[in-house]
Design a protein. Structure first.
Length: 319
């Protein structure tokens, strides 16, 4: 269970004003990456993001679970043509005697994480000892940026992410519905939608989808709508079809679905999602920054309810 300090810190301001500190730089980069994904031409993002290519820490083998970090590192691999999906911090490189190339030292990629700090240093009063989690920004380097990274020191990464079949991932998504207590109804028809008043998602039968992954993506979109219910994150869900308020909610849900799919390791075609989001942005052109912030909250809320055992990979990655 996360303490109150960390729960509050999880929703970091994505519109920082002080650009002189590392956290602001990292958040600005991450926000711009997501905006680029949404606003640029879909043909820049034709290739699905396979689960096996998700970025991981080269020393610990832990995936970078924060979706903004995942997106940032996936795009960096694509933009710079890196051959590896493995990353390392400066401290880890130094400790393991890896040498970052001199021309690459300044080119690390900013990401965000958490570090643990004692709240009481009194060794004689164990009843008051405890820890709090604080957000931190730091740079990581792709293994391609090192002078040499001996393969003997980099074990093969084995995680559940990447080994999940499409059917297994669909079951994972269905488990999220149960964990969030969102009613799911499969019915013949030609639409999928979320009812706020009934707190219910209606979806066409799974067998009508062309693949389990596509079914998962649609279900994630509707599930992220459900995060806006007043008993969860309490967003404005009152807009009529075509209104700016309705469009805002569609942008939030689809952006959050993309983020959740990245975290779950589901094969995803960002170009399709980007086109859908842009179609709704025409009705709320000035709301993208706000939508990204709300989508971050929605994704965090959904992932908090994931029932599978997983490593808390937001903590201590900067060690």
């Amino acid at each position: 269970m996360l303490d109150a300090t960390r729960r509050r810190a999880r929703y970091i301001d994505l519109n920082p004003t002080n650009m002189d500190n590392p956290m602001s730089k990292a958040l600005e980069m991450q926000k711009n990456n997501l905006k680029t994904l949404i606003l640029e031409s879909p043909d820049l993002f034709e290739k699905p993001w396979k689960a096996a290519a998700l970025p991981v820490n080269a020393i610990t083998g832990i995936p970078y679970g924060n979706f903004r970090n995942t997106l940032t590192l996936v795009l960096e691999v694509d933009r710079k043509g890196y051959s590896s999906n493995k990353w390392i911090t400066y401290a880890q490189a130094k400790k393991n005697k890896f040498f970052i190339r001199k021309d690459e030292v300044a080119n690390g990629t900013w990401i965000t994480g958490w570090f643990k700090k004692k709240t009481n240093d009194d060794e004689d009063d164990s009843s008051k000892k405890g820890f709090s989690f604080y957000p931190k920004a730091f740079k990581v380097y792709n293994l391609d940026q090192l002078e040499e990274a001996p393969s003997s020191l980099i074990p093969d990464i084995e995680t559940n992410i990447g080994e999940e079949s499409g059917v297994s991932m669909l079951l994972d998504v269905l488990a999220l519905y149960e964990a969030m207590k969102v009613d799911l109804k499969f019915a013949d028809g030609d639409s999928c939608y979320y009812s706020v008043s009934r707190d219910q998602v209606t979806c066409v039968p799974v067998e009508r989808f062309t693949s389990p992954s596509k079914a998962s993506l649609v279900l994630l979109h509707e599930l992220n709508h459900a995060t806006g219910n007043e008993k969860r994150l309490d967003r404005d869900m009152s807009g009529s079809f075509g209104s700016p308020s309705y469009a805002r909610e569609e942008v939030i849900a689809e952006t959050a679905a993309l983020a959740t799919a990245l975290n779950l390791g589901i094969d995803y075609e960002p170009g399709h999602s980007a086109g859908y989001i842009r179609s709704w942005l025409t009705a709320c052109p000035d709301m993208l920054d706000d939508c990204i912030e709300e989508a971050t909250k929605a994704c965090s809320y959904v992932m908090k309810h994931r029932t599978r055992t997983k490593i808390d990979n937001d903590v201590n990655l900067a060690a």
